[in-house]
Design a protein around this ligand. Sequence first.
Ligand SMILES: [Zn+2]
Length: 152
Amino acid sequence: MLKKWLKLVGVKRKNNMSMNIIVAWPPNIKEIKKVFDLTGMNPIFAFGDVIFNPGGREIDEPLAFHETTHSIQQENYGSVGSWWERYLVDKDFRLEQEIPAYRNQYARYCELVKDRNRRIKYLYSLAYNMASPMYGRMVDFNSALKIIRNGN
Ligand SMILES: [Zn+2]
């Protein structure tokens, strides 16, 4: 599964991927909150090889794929901190990073769920998230739909 997924992401990681999940806020939460309004959200954050999950929400496999994509991006960027700094200020970079994350999330869901109606419902929920104000409206809903569906 890991091999297949790495192929999907189109990036290479030296070591086998394993993410730790911690019920806590990430170390840069102060900076994140300056940019993102997290009111009413139950967000999780990839920071290096850790998924910070302050709300203790359930993280299913497709969502883990999303966050692990960011972890690999951060590793390839050279520094987790620098990746986050750019992610927070550069909307185009943010979109560029979210596209493979959402695609991987949806692709994994489609591997697990064959029902067409459930897939469409999931696709719409992902597009809704991607177009949400939390990301600073980096993309509109219809574009998000097209972007995520690409290749499926
Ligand atoms: Zn993301």
